[in-house]
Design a protein around this ligand. Structure first.
Ligand SMILES: NC(=O)c1ccc[n+]([C@@H]2O[C@H](COP(=O)([O-])OP(=O)(O)OC[C@H]3O[C@@H](n4cnc5c(N)ncnc54)[C@H](OP(=O)(O)O)[C@@H]3O)[C@@H](O)[C@H]2O)c1
Length: 303
């Protein structure tokens, strides 16, 4: 049986979602169709992935073919860095909803604590200071309107979470962050758990780096599972949902086959001893022109 986690809104988030970053538009439709047929009920999208129109076509076909109903799926999308101005937030969700052919999102996240000028790209000259309280105010209005049934953030550190929680009228339901066996996020997980924020793990395979880790391989051999299954199951046992990306049908199924077994305590302890390193550092946001002059600034020392 596939699982889910409770959100502070009262809704639940399916524990395994399909990631769609770096899936080519011409491939994403078949990938989503295969994933939902295999049992996935959660899709992680973003306008930054340049494939939401094709995701929308696939969702429409899944509904028309009777593979799943809208209310059975949990669809996440994100507010792009160029749309942080409060007046741009409603237009941003409307564009995403139109592309996805939906009338609401289950979860809408601020993609990151990084802001660029509207309509521009991520080059240093375009980086401008964030005003998260103002952007969050606009996100809260989307929650009030029902267009976003839950709102949250992504790539927020403990400090940035605490700053937001101090001003939020609607507390974030989710913080979607890099989290996997090589970057386990113990401190952030503890903070999120204590404040009722669900931690969702993006890049749960560390973009495949986790799969060649000797400790992960050894645990997988002991359990007669694959390294990917061990990596994903570890996350579920830590209380976080996972968003693995694969375009390969066999791996899509493999990544979902993590519900009817578990990693025993002694092997969980071995996994917790893996040497830690943040893999997705977002160096592009660090520049003398940015509010983040160093990686330490961007990640508030969590590096
Ligand atoms: N909020 C954010 O800023 C943010 C940032 C990064 C990622 N994300 C989300 O998280 C999702 C996943 O992250 P990610 O795409 O960076 O990386 P990931 O899911 O950690 O790893 C994906 C890589 O692992 C391979 N793979 C998947 N399953 C496998 C298996 N069972 N065995 C062997 N290899 C396997 C994939 O190749 P194949 O496709 O060939 O199987 C791909 O190369 C993204 O798609 C996106 O939705 C969000």
């Amino acid at each position: 049986m596939a699982g889910s986690f409770a959100l502070n809104t009262g809704a639940s988030i399916p524990s395994v979602g399909l990631g769609t970053w770096q899936i080519k538009p011409e491939v994403v439709g078949d990938t989503i169709y295969a994933a939902v047929k295999a049992g996935y009920r959660h899709i992680d999208c973003a306008p930054a992935y340049s494939n939401e129109t094709e995701v929308g076509l696939a969702l429409k076909k899944l509904f028309e073919d009777g593979v799943a109903k809208r209310e059975e799926l949990f669809i996440t999308s994100k507010l792009w860095s160029g749309n942080h101005a409060p007046e741009d937030v409603p237009e941003a969700i409307d564009t995403t909803l139109k592309d996805l052919q939906l009338d609401y999102l289950d979860l809408f996240l601020i993609h990151g604590p990084i802001r660029i000028r509207k309509g521009t790209t991520h080059i240093p000259e375009n980086l401008i200071p964030t005003d998260i309280p103002a952007t969050w105010g606009a996100m809260e209005k989307l929650y009030d309107s029902g267009k976003a049934r839950a709102i949250g953030v992504s790539n927020f550190t403990c400090k940035k979470m605490e700053d937001l929680l101090a001003v939020a009228r609607v507390p974030p339901a989710v913080n979607q962050v890099e989290c996997h066996l090589i970057w386990q996020q113990a401190k952030l997980r503890e903070l999120c758990q204590s404040r009722g924020v669900h931690l969702s793990a993006h890049s749960p395979l560390g973009e495949a780096s986790v799969l060649s880790n000797p400790v992960v391989i050894s645990v997988a051999e002991k359990l007669q599972k694959t390294p990917a299954q061990v990596a994903l199951r570890w996350s579920l046992q830590m209380g976080q949902s996972v968003l693995p990306k694969s375009t390969n049908e066999a791996r899509i199924k493999e990544n979902f086959d993590i519900f009817d077994w578990s990693i025993p305590k002694d092997l969980m302890a071995e996994l917790s001893g893996i040497k830690q390193e943040r893999l997705l550092k977002a160096e592009f946001a660090v520049h003398p022109l940015s509010i983040y002059k160093t990686l330490e600034d961007l990640w508030d020392g969590e590096i």
